[in-house]
Ligand binder design. Structure first.
Ligand code: PHE
Length: 341
């Protein structure tokens, strides 16, 4: 019995010493100390011993048991420590490695142009107003003095949602909204936003585009103020040497109305293929706010006057970056987009 006990002690110690990982140690623990382990089965033999021998032998078995347990704990701690160190070594981060550059997004060319326009007008004391892309027929047309039979109301041009709700066809409904909100206080705003028109899409036509509306209402507003502001805008946007030119035109919401050209940004006015040898590029529509528009907006046209303009952001961006197809501005081809900053 005693020999057997010593033998078990020795085998256990050898196995513990030879164990290479914590899993093997667990197995050894079960093999010797577990419910069906060698030590436990030795304890079961106690019953066959005499009353005298029982406590002596029991104590011996317990000694061996404690010995094995202590050794197991000792080696377990050692191996755990080693395994942890190996794991740390494997997961070690080389902090001297150069970082991987993160891709940073760029601004869309239309956004760049809108930002520039906004900055110029904010610098001249204008506020920014926005409105919903889906608006009422009233704000888009009626408040802007369109007669009921005006051709622009034709469903050919307008995406209607129902009889009185539509995708705005220009940013001018923001004029109406601003007047309703501000009357009878003075107004000095620009209104950037998207507009929609039914059209067949090709290199120069799109069903969605961006405009920047301008609106100024006050007492004693003069048409020459409009010309001065637009002249300043052209210089800040395209360069000091820029000139503007007004040609008579028609809009239901302005009277008188004008189309405004800037000197060709490519040839400076000498004439080239971009300006069709005229020296001028058309960039916006403008005019004095029609008395009917003021009245509907809540202003007394006898006391207040104003002017408004509307320009196309795509037109400016396409010219500025010499983009030859408007579809590039909404197809989101990364090869195109990443050229801009
Ligand atoms: N709303 C006009 C358009 O879409 C532009 C414009 C705005 C003209 C304001 C005059 C005054 O073409």
């Amino acid at each position: 019995m005693l020999d057997k006990l010593n033998e078990i002690k020795e085998i256990a110690l050898n196995q513990i010493k030879a164990a290479k990982d914590s899993k093997t140690l667990e197995e050894i623990k079960i093999k010797f100390l577990g419910k069906k382990g060698e030590i436990t089965s030795l304890l079961k033999l106690l019953g066959s011993l005499s009353a005298e021998e029982k406590p002596k032998f029991g104590a011996l078995v317990n000694d061996v048991r404690n010995f094995i347990e202590t050794e197991l704990d000792k080696f377990f701690a050692e191996i755990k420590n080693r395994e942890l160190n190996e794991k740390f070594l494997q997961e070690k981060v080389d902090i001297t490695l150069p970082g991987r550059p993160q891709k940073i997004g760029v601004r869309h060319p239309i956004r760049i142009v809108l930002d520039q326009i906004e900055e110029i007008f904010i610098g001249m004391g204008f506020d920014i107003e926005e409105g919903p892309e889906i608006d009422t027929d009233f704000n888009n047309f009626k408040a802007m003095n369109f007669q009921d039979d005006h051709p622009a109301r034709d469903s050919q041009d307008t995406f209607y949602i129902n009889e009185s709700v539509l995708f705005r066809t220009h940013t001018s409904p923001i004029q109406a909204r601003t007047m309703q909100k501000m009357a009878p206080n003075p107004v000095r705003v620009i209104c950037p936003g998207r507009a929609f028109r039914r059209d067949d899409i090709d290199a120069t036509h799109s069903v969605q585009f961006h405009q920047v509306e301008g609106l100024l209402i006050d007492k004693n507003v003069k048409f020459s103020d409009l010309i001065g502001i637009l002249q300043l805008f052209a210089q800040k946007m395209f360069g000091e040497h820029m000139k503007i030119r007004l040609r008579p035109s028609f809009f239901p919401f302005t009277e008188p109305s004008a189309e405004v050209d800037v000197s060709c940004i490519f040839c400076g006015g000498k004439g080239c293929s971009f300006c069709k040898h005229s020296g001028w590029l058309e960039i916006l529509g403008a005019g004095a706010v029609h008395p009917n528009v003021l009245k509907t907006g809540g202003y007394d046209p006898e006391i207040y006057s104003g002017w408004a303009f509307g320009m196309g952001a795509e037109r400016i961006a396409l010219l500025k970056y010499q983009i030859n197809d408007i579809r590039l501005t909404f197809e989101n081809d990364v090869r195109f987009l990443k050229q801009f900053r």
